[in-house]
Design a binder for this molecule. Structure first.
Ligand SMILES: [Zn+2]
Length: 325
C-alpha cells in the first residue's frame, strides 16, 4: 500500500489531493496524507486517469505485442480495436486492455478489401443469413463491437444485409460501429442501426442526420483524416457523445497519446481529458478505468499540465498500481 502525494487530482478540474493505492486499486482519497506512509512522489504534477484510445488497429501499426507495450508505456491503458482479421481473434494484448470488432463487414469488393484491408481486414457479406452467422462467430470470439463499412467509392452492403448484421449484434449485446465519412454513408449507417460513428464524418451533415445522432457516439479521429473540428462540434451540439480515437495504424498516426488529436478536440469544444478517459471508458464498457475514484483500477498518469502537449507526454505512467518502466 502507498500514497500518491503532492499532486493535484484532475476530477476533471485539478484540485489538491492524495490517492491511496493497494494492489491494483485506488482504495482511498484524501486531502491529508497520514504520517509515515510509503509514497509515490508527484509534487507539482497533476494525476489523470490513464488514456483510452477508442479507434486503433494494433496489427496494422506493427507487431501487436510491441505496439501494445509501447501504448501502455506512453499512457494508453485501454483500446478499442476497430479492424482486425478474424484469424487474429481474440485480440488479447494484455496488460493493455482491449475491446475489438474483428473485420470490417462490407459488400463483395467493398471498402477496405480493395485497399489496406485486402488480407482479411474486410469480411465480404452477400446475404442477411451470412451477416447473422458472421456476427455470431465474432461474438463467440468475444468481440464486443461489430463494424460496418460504408464507402460509396466501392460496392456497398445491401441495406437488408447491414440491417441483419446490426440486429444480430444488438440481440447478442454488441455495439455497432460504422465507417462512414460522407453524408450518404452516414445515412446508410444510421438506417442500418449503427450506434457509433468510427470517425468524425468529413461532410457537413444535414439537420435530419444530426438530429439522429443525439445520444449516439462518435469517435474523433480528426487528425488521421484531416477533418475540420467544426464537424465534430456540430455533432456534439446535436447531442452526440464523443470519444477520443486516433485510428492508430493509419498513415500519420503514432503509438501513444496523440497531442495533435487532443488539440483538435479542444478546437471542437470537447474536453480532451474526458473524451479520452471517462467517456471512452463508458463507450468501451471499462467500468474500472477512466476515473480517479475509490474502487477504480490504479492506472494513472502524472502530467505537468492538462495542455495537450503535456497530457501526451506523461512524467510517469502507472498501470494497475505499478509504475510502467
Ligand atoms: Zn480505422
Amino acid at each position: 500500500m502507498f500514497w500518491i502525494i503532492g499532486a493535484k487530482l484532475a476530477e476533471p478540474e485539478p484540485r489538491e489531493g492524495a490517492l491511496r493505492v493497494e494492489g491494483h486499486l485506488i482504495t482511498g482519497k484524501t486531502s491529508r496524507v497520514p504520517y509515515g506512509v510509503k509514497w509515490q512522489e508527484a509534487h507539482g504534477l497533476t494525476i489523470v486517469p490513464a488514456f483510452i484510445d477508442a479507434h486503433v488497429h494494433l496489427s496494422v501499426a506493427g507487431d501487436m505485442t510491441l505496439v501494445s507495450r509501447t501504448e501502455l508505456r506512453r499512457g494508453v491503458a485501454g483500446v478499442l480495436d476497430l479492424g482486425e482479421p478474424e484469424r487474429l481473434l481474440p485480440v488479447d494484448p494484455r496488460p493493455l486492455r482491449a475491446r475489438y470488432a474483428g473485420p470490417l463487414m462490407t459488400a463483395p469488393g467493398g471498402y477496405p478489401t480493395q485497399s489496406w484491408g485486402k488480407d482479411g481486414y474486410g469480411l465480404e457479406l452477400t446475404t442477411a443469413a451470412e451477416a447473422r452467422a458472421a456476427v455470431a462467430r465474432l461474438a463467440e470470439k468475444q468481440a464486443r463491437f461489430v463494424k460496418l463499412a460504408f464507402d460509396s467509392r466501392f460496392p456497398l452492403l445491401q441495406p437488408e444485409v447491414a440491417r441483419a448484421a446490426a440486429d444480430e449484434a444488438h440481440r447478442l449485446g454488441l455495439m455497432v460501429a460504422a465507417h462512414a465519412l460522407d453524408a450518404a454513408s452516414v445515412r446508410l449507417a444510421l438506417d442500418a442501426g449503427a450506434d457509433v460513428l468510427a470517425h468524425t464524418p468529413r461532410d457537413e451533415l444535414p439537420a435530419d442526420l444530426l438530429a439522429r445522432m443525439k445520444g449516439k457516439w462518435v469517435i474523433s479521429t480528426l487528425w488521421a483524416f484531416g477533418v475540420s473540428p467544426d464537424r465534430l462540434r456540430a455533432l456534439r451540439e446535436a447531442g452526440a457523445r464523443v470519444a477520443y480515437g486516433t485510428d492508430l495504424g493509419n498513415e500519420h498516426t503514432k503509438v501513444g497519446i496523440d497531442a495533435r488529436e487532443l488539440a483538435l478536440l479542444v478546437a471542437a469544444g470537447v474536453d480532451p481529458l474526458l473524451a479520452a478517459t471517462r467517456d471512452a471508458a463508458e463507450l468501451l464498457g471499462f467500468k474500472e478505468l477512466g476515473r480517479l475514484s475509490v474502487g477504480s483500477t490504479a492506472s494513472l498518469l502524472a502530467v505537468r499540465s492538462l495542455q495537450p502537449q503535456d497530457l501526451a507526454d506523461p512524467v510517469w505512467v502507472m498501470n494497475c498500481g505499478k509504475l510502467v518502466a
